[in-house]
Design a protein around this ligand. Structure first.
Ligand code: MN3
Length: 235
């Protein structure tokens, strides 16, 4: 199975939703791409992420990325591709719609991942192979946490910090991206990401991004992250 198909599948499995191409997903709304179901209630991540932020983030921001991606590919053959395929092969997408696919498609895929790697029963540390990779390749959990937090803090303006698997180097790495840029476009497979756009935290934390980043560690669903790592190793 090709990597991009595998990852599209794992995103779908992990979120309980289908980030699919047109045919399957179109039935409910008639649109090509749809907002995946949120895997928990808006208040599930309190007190770390408040219900109002979750509701606006999901129903307004994520929904707008889905609508934007649908508008961008409407009536083009690119609507046959999954969002993951579009971002993985972004340079193949015609210039006329490339920026829209990068921003709106990136927003859709990044948020679809984001909801699934958090849980009201999250926190703690990873186990098994992922823990071993973090120990051996990133110097242990504490050093990983410091470097991930640093990436989140140093991302100027809007963007994301990531833990990814890099298939070329065969290792896990920490990085950040601007705006809604996806690590997939650079050949990295995202395992864990934190949204550091102000819309992700401003209602509760205002300008205190550091507190939000610290709080995020309490809701990380390490089982979901480890499942993505296992998928990435097999892809
Ligand atoms: Mn967001």
């Amino acid at each position: 199975m090709k990597r991009r198909e595998f990852l599209a599948g794992s995103v779908a499995l992990a979120s309980g939703a289908v980030l699919a191409r047109g045919a399957g997903a179109a039935e409910a709304t008639g649109e090509t791409y749809e907002l995946p179901k949120l895997p928990y209630a808006y208040d599930a991540l309190e007190p770390y992420i408040d219900a109002r932020t979750m509701e606006i983030h999901y129903t307004k921001h994520h929904a707008a990325y889905v609508a934007g991606l649908n508008a961008a590919v409407k009536g083009t053959p690119w609507s046959e591709k999954t969002p993951v395929e579009l971002l993985t092969h972004l340079s193949d997408v015609p210039e006329a719609i490339r920026t829209a696919v990068r921003n709106q498609g990136g927003g859709h895929v990044n948020h679809s991942l984001f909801w699934t790697i958090m849980s009201g029963r999250g926190g703690g540390q990873p186990k098994g192979d992922l823990a071993k990779a973090i120990d051996e390749q990133l110097g242990g959990f504490d050093r990983f946490a410091a470097s991930f937090s640093d990436a989140a803090m140093k991302r100027f303006g809007s963007g994301w910090a990531w833990l990814c698997y890099e298939p070329q180097a065969k290792q896990v790495t920490v990085c950040s991206t601007a705006n809604q840029d996806s690590p997939l476009t650079d050949g990295r497979l995202p395992l864990l990401g934190i949204d550091v756009w102000e819309h992700a935290y401003y209602l509760h934390y205002q300008n205190r991004r550091a507190e939000y980043v610290q709080a995020f560690f309490h809701v990380i669903n390490w089982e979901a992250v480890a499942a993505r790592y296992a998928d990435a190793l097999r892809a």
